[in-house]
Design a protein around this ligand. Sequence first.
Ligand code: 1GP
Length: 245
Amino acid sequence: MIQKSIYSSILKSRTQRKKQFALLIDPDKFEKTNVIKLAETAGVDFIMVGGSLITNGSLEQCINKIKEQTSIPVIIFPGNNLQISKRADAILLLSLISGRNADLLIGNHVIAAPVLKSSGLEIIPAGYMLIESGKQTAASYMSNSLPIPSDKDDIAMCTAMAGEMLGLKLIYLDAGSGALKNVSASMIQKVKTAVNIPILVGGGINSAQKAVAACNAGADVIVVGNAIEKNATLINNISSAIHKL
Ligand code: 1GP
């Protein structure tokens, strides 16, 4: 059996106070990009793959192409139950704890459980929290759930606390892909003070400065997708900035 190591590596980096960088790939847009080599050179820690909706790409093909080019671990960030592939190394088992949609809290998990169990994937149970970001995002619309208001740090804190108490292994604060406003430093700080599990932060991070600010506020892993689709050189800028912290 393959050693399950991705979550352990996140914990280890956190103990060593090292920040990590995850590149998010949307399978629909992967054909046009050549970011994997850049990711390899820049020392990206993880490649996350998934999307709220996959229309003309294939998750499986996308992962195969990534795997042909790099040994950076691939984590599925599933938009729905169709996004499961044994070719990845791990999958975030997302519970949308900011929402009140029962399917995204337990329903889909029940349906996916036997497939996940036999997949050999490392399963990482994650408390997924959508944060309001200035416009409705695909994640909020597709999940039929309201995001947490961006100025309600206490709600975010208590939601994350509940997620940790429920046994979730990390918290993912997400303003949604292409968000106008990324998650605020004050909200990240508040969540950080309340939980002792790793915190991923993503959505609308489009500069090294924003990535560094999120890390300084308490993020353990920074996730960037949209901005890199527009400007691939950001991979190196962001990666080097957060790895220097
Ligand atoms: C989206 O957090 C991820 O779910 C990444 O967001 O695409 O805006 O970087 P961006």
